[in-house]
Design a protein around this ligand. Structure first.
Ligand code: FE2
Length: 347
């Protein structure tokens, strides 16, 4: 006696002949299968498909109302391809045409009536074995995907951690709380969202913007911390931070570092072409640089600096507005002011 390798598998037999159903139930039960459901009505079987959750369908081809081909068609529509549900076709009509048609509709194997008990048991066992392999492969894949997701998340966290701390390096000497860098990151990201950039790019902006002044590590304290206006020479030294920052960040392979490089290089360009280091104008200035320009200048205006007090927001807004189309991308500035208005308290 052959014993079932998967005795608890759910087997669904669909045949309009009660005698055939009885025979099949007997064969399968004797082979050790504990859960055999027989249906004389394919419409009813299809209706209950989700509840029955079969591991194998044994299907008669020639049935009134809904024949086996139609059942195969419906199964193909309803059962997702990645869910391997074997369909074993049982037919007295084993012409090549019939087999080809059934195969093309998703049949996996055939039994010819009158059925042979041993052959039936072996084919059922084979198909259930294949299904079990398929299921365990899918579970394994799901576990791998989960592991990859976790690992990716850890890597992203690590990248984020390093980036944030690298941003602090730049600010440490004149802003040891890194508040300015963090706020510029948040403001640039909010502006990126307002522009309509997709969420993953908004995140990149948030992570890259705090690095825009990384080149300041190379600016001497005497210039960086000077309480008062800079001389022309000192200003020239100060301005090198854009190029130096870009050089520090250059050659990166990630989108994040490339964007940070672009921001470091271009955040002091002006819309009217009067900025540095390249004197780019309008949309020739990379969007990243234009976003940081707005966020950076606004935050500098409302923060205390060695050479100035913190300005009230209204004064900063008036100055920003007067630079619309001069220092700033006019569209970005409009969006920024609208955002600011929207989020200011009491509005
Ligand atoms: Fe800067």
């Amino acid at each position: 006696m052959l014993s079932a390798a998967h005795p608890t598998a759910q087997l669904l037999v669909v045949d309009d002949e009660p005698a055939n159903l009885d025979l099949m139930r007997q064969v399968l039960t004797r082979a050790g299968y504990e859960r055999v459901t027989c249906s004389g009505d394919p419409r009813d079987a299809l209706e209950r498909l989700d509840d029955l959750a079969p591991d194998l369908v044994l299907l008669d081809l020639h049935m009134p109302v809904l024949d086996g081909f139609a059942v195969l068609e419906q199964l193909a529509e309803r059962v997702p391809a990645e869910q391997y549900l074997p369909r074993l076709v049982i037919t007295a009509d084993s012409t090549p045409q019939t087999r080809r048609r059934a195969l093309s509709l998703g049949a996996h194997d055939f039994l010819t009536k009158p059925i042979d008990v041993v052959e039936t048991t072996l084919r059922v066992a084979n198909l259930l074995h294949t299904r079990a392999l398929h299921t365990s492969l899918q579970e394994h894949n799901a576990q791998l995907e989960q592991a990859v997701r976790l690992r990716t998340w850890e890597l992203e966290r690590a990248q984020h951690d390093v980036t944030v701390r690298l941003g602090r390096v730049a600010e440490y000497r004149d802003d040891d709380t890194a508040e300015h860098t963090n706020r510029v990151g948040a403001t640039a990201a909010a502006l990126a969202r307002a522009v309509g950039l997709p969420p993953d790019e908004v995140e990149l902006v948030a992570a890259a913007a705090p690095l825009h002044d990384i080149g300041k590590v190379a600016v001497p304290d005497a210039v960086l911390l000077k309480p008062g206006p800079l001389t022309d020479d000192e200003r020239a030294v100060m301005r090198t931070h854009a190029l130096i920052g870009a050089r520090i960040l250059s050659g990166g392979s990630s989108r994040l570092v490339r964007l940070a490089e672009e921001m470091a290089l271009s955040h002091h360009e002006r819309w009217d072409g009067g900025g540095y280091p390249s004197g780019l104008a309008g949309e020739a200035i990379p969007l990243g640089g234009r976003l940081v320009a707005v966020a950076d200048v606004f935050d500098a205006l409302i923060s205390p600096r060695p050479y100035k007090d913190a300005w009230p927001v209204e004064r900063a807004v008036a100055t920003m507005r007067s630079e619309r189309g001069r220092h700033f991308d006019p569209q970005l500035l409009d969006l920024f002011l609208a955002e600011l208005h929207h989020h200011s308290p009491g509005e």
